[in-house]
Design a protein around this ligand. Structure first.
Ligand SMILES: C[S@@+](CC[C@H](N)C(=O)[O-])C[C@H]1O[C@@H](n2cnc3c(N)ncnc32)[C@H](O)[C@@H]1O
Length: 156
């Protein structure tokens, strides 16, 4: 899957919709250049953000940016396959993948995440899950959809 970054205003809206803040541990699965975890730490003051990325060049970029912004203590980059990552301590998971990939991930999310964990997906839904909230935001000429799911509410 190619790297397509979430525009920052959309990322901000995702984190607002999830109610991100102190006490949260956020995972971005396929974090690209790390912009969502970086924003979560910098502007939303989450306790910790974990950036999971397979591509070395992107993981390097995310790590360099965390270092440059002095956020390395609270932002961790893991170079691994998101399907194999331990995400069990997450309170928020962010996704910008494809519906097919979301659906492949769904059993893992359901199995590993605790009740009440929020999952925010940019653009793509998780088939059969019930969103608790939905938002749209326009960036340039493009309208972006954001879906919020909560373990225990969206899943049964
Ligand atoms: C559409 S980009 C989204 C990047 C970032 N989350 C954002 O919203 O700006 C998807 C990213 O997922 C990464 N990716 C795809 N499959 C992966 C996997 N199995 N494990 C870890 N990262 C993966 C890609 O390398 C790419 O950087």
């Amino acid at each position: 899957m190619p790297f397509v970054p979430t525009p920052l205003p959309v990322a901000r809206k995702m984190l607002e919709l999830a109610g991100a803040g102190p006490g949260d541990i956020l995972y971005d699965l396929g974090c690209g250049d790390g912009r969502i975890p970086l924003l979560a730490v910098k502007e939303f003051n989450v306790d910790k953000a974990i950036c999971i990325e397979l591509r070395e060049d992107l993981a390097d970029k995310a790590e360099e940016e965390a270092e440059r912004q002095g956020l390395k203590g609270r932002m961790e980059v893991r170079r691994e396959d998101m399907f194999k990552a331990d995400i069990s301590d997450a309170t928020i998971v962010t996704l910008f993948l494809l519906t097919s990939v979301n659906n492949e991930l769904a059993p893992k999310l359901r199995k590993e995440l605790r009740r009440g964990t929020r999952i925010v997906s940019h653009e793509f839904q998780i088939t059969g899950w019930r969103p608790l909230a939905f938002a749209t935001i326009s960036e340039g000429h493009i309208s972006h959809n954001i879906y919020l799911y909560v373990i225990g509410y969206s899943t049964r």
